[in-house]
Design a protein around this ligand. Sequence first.
Ligand SMILES: [Zn+2]
Length: 242
Amino acid sequence: MNQPGTQLSLFESRPSKEAFVVRVSARARRLTARVHVGGRVEIVVPKGVGPTMVRDFVQRSSGWIERTVAAMRSSAPVEEPVPREIRFDFCAERFAVEWRPGPARTPREHGARLIVGAPDAGTARRLLRRWLKRAALARLAPALLALAAERRVEVARVVARCQRTRWGSCSTRGTISLNASLLFLREPVVRYLFAHELAHLQHMNHSRRFWRLVESLEPDYRRLDRELLGGWRSVPAWVHEG
Ligand SMILES: [Zn+2]
């Protein structure tokens, strides 16, 4: 694959339908992904398999996982309310969400208020997800491009997506895709993800040379990589649906 995206969706266990659970099994011979009814995803990891291998495995399986979870979800839809508040840790921003039942209207920011018009909760969440992608691009892209300029790396394009299994990815053409949910993470962790993706512009793999480059960009990368791995816990449920 020529798109070595980063980061898995390895959550630790939590009592939510959104959770990815990583289970280390002494009996397992190989890495497997399982999707349970309702869309809960479990990654079974044989003893002794390190995070990098797990990461690569989840990355390779991400298409299958997304499709399977979507199929499970559509057969058992879960209604959740519209969030009352949205917090972006990345830039210490907070919005009070006001849902106005009625015709669908693109969410508008009024200072710390976010007003969304929608006939039902599902539509409101869909509109909020669209807004989240725009908000992410507006906040994340300048920071990424500034770091790229500082490092004299050329980025062709930046896009924001709502994905379940990766925090970012980078194409051979120099497009960097960022997960809009990075906004829910701490700034140092997001900066590490930026360094990771910028390093992929030079090394399209997770080789030793790649990690050495990451280290030169972000010396504390090991700790931040672990934090990023658990970052899915910070993503609210309304971001993922269908
Ligand atoms: Zn990577």
